[in-house]
Ligand binder design. Structure first.
Ligand code: NAP
Ligand code: ZN
Length: 354
């Protein structure tokens, strides 16, 4: 066991503050990663504030982690000290169920082990995420990071990237298809970039008129202000696929009605309260309403390699870890361009000053 610094919250209504946390020693199959950057996902905020009603406190969020390997266990074969490495939303799974056997560890029948708010099988303790100096992870859940990309801008690919890549691939998005992306936040802006790179005709739906120009720059062929009914009606019965990346309550029927026959709308945004689907939204035109959870480890590596090949990273705003609460406040106002990333040097600096 070793101690390192992190940012934690002790209850749903308390801010995150600097705290010393314990990490397990590097085991045979583990790598220790000294964290350079960690993206700030809206899931971190949902979890810190117990909006999914399952948070174990203290909670150290963060599951978009990029860093350098500083120690490896005796049985580790894929990493050596000094290598770049990444960790996303999972740090373990049963490895035996049909879903794990298919490389879909996120759908593990025993439940995947979350990078935070999970129970670490090695110690029986709660997992702590990437808002910290270091993390120890099984090499099987550690990703290789391409050397040719900006490291801070790569971090959000580990969640926002794979969460949007996986459904776009599963529903075979490509040339000749009209694809909608709802919400230009962390996930949404990655979905726009990825669907564009896959060759689809991309339509962005936003509630923020100030994001229209950015939407086009990021790869949208059309941008619709979703609060304007006439703009929505012009697209009725026309979409092959729509990816809903919205973090708050909203009317999904407005989007389902834009799908053509047998079209699919996939929910990746995870608002606190249930969404209401009108029966006739799916009865008409035999439409599908589905969902998707992050992506498996092999597919995450495939996504990173796809991004390296296409020069795709996240558009980021770098913050010091001490500014995390201000970042959350802006996130709640849909005011992020388009992902906050914590420079972990800020944590090392404050430790040195103390
Ligand atoms: P984010 O950066 O805060 O983006 C959410 C976007 O949704 C906003 O930028 C805004 O876009 C839109 N929006 C916000 N409030 C809205 C409202 N009331 N009505 C309509 N649109 C609204 O969040 P994120 O990090 O991308 O995460 C999005 C959601 O995905 C979260 O719920 C998160 O927990 C979830 N998530 C799911 C998975 C998964 O595996 N399924 C993985 C990661 C995250 P505009 O300004 O363009 O309207
Ligand atoms: Zn996330």
């Amino acid at each position: 066991m070793f101690v390192c610094e992190g940012f934690a919250t002790s209850s749903a209504d308390q801010p995150l503050t600097q705290t010393s946390i314990e990490r397990r020693d590097v085991g045979e199959r583990d790598v220790r990663i000294d964290i350079l950057y960690c993206g700030v996902c809206h899931s971190d905020l949902h979890q810190a504030r117990d909006e999914w009603h399952n948070t174990i406190y203290p909670c150290v969020p963060g599951h978009e982690i990029v860093g350098r390997v500083s120690e490896v266990g005796a049985a580790v074969t894929r990493f050596k000290v000094g290598d770049l490495a990444g960790v996303g939303c999972m740090v373990g799974s049963c490895q035996a169920c049909p879903n794990c056997s298919d490389g879909l560890e996120q759908y593990c029948d025993k439940g995947f082990i979350g990078t935070y708010n999970g129970i670490e099988p090695q110690t029986g303790k709660v997992t702590f995420g990437g808002y910290s100096e270091a993390i120890v992870v099984d090499e099987g859940f550690t990703l290789r990071i391409p050397e040719n990309l900006d490291l801070a801008a790569v971090a959000p690919l580990l969640c926002a990237g794979i969460t949007t890549y996986s459904p776009l691939r599963h529903w075979k998005v490509g040339p000749g298809q009209k694809v909608g992306v709802v919400g230009l936040g962390g996930l949404g802006h990655m979905a726009v970039k990825l669907a564009h790179a896959m060759g689809a005709h991309v339509v962005l739906f936003t509630t923020s008129p100030g994001k229209v120009e950015d939407g086009r720059r990021l790869g949208a062929d059309e941008v619709i202000i979703s609060t304007r009914p006439e703009e929505m009606e012009a697209h009725i019965n026309s979409f092959d696929f729509i990816l809903d990346c919205v973090a708050a309550d909203h009317d999904v029927n407005a989007y389902l009605n834009l799908l053509k026959r047998d079209g699919t709308m996939c929910q990746v945004g995870a608002p606190e309260d249930p969404l209401s689907v009108a029966a006739f939204s799916v009865i008409w035109k035999r439409r599908n309403f589905s969902g998707s959870l992050i992506g498996g480890i092999a597919e995450t590596q495939e996504m990173l390699d796809f991004c390296a090949e296409h020069g795709i990273t996240s558009d980021i705003e770098m913050i010091a870890i001490q500014d995390i609460e201000a970042a959350y406040a802006r996130m709640l106002k849909s005011d992020v361009k388009y992902r906050f990333v914590i420079d972990m040097q800020s944590l090392k600096d404050s430790r040195a000053a103390a």
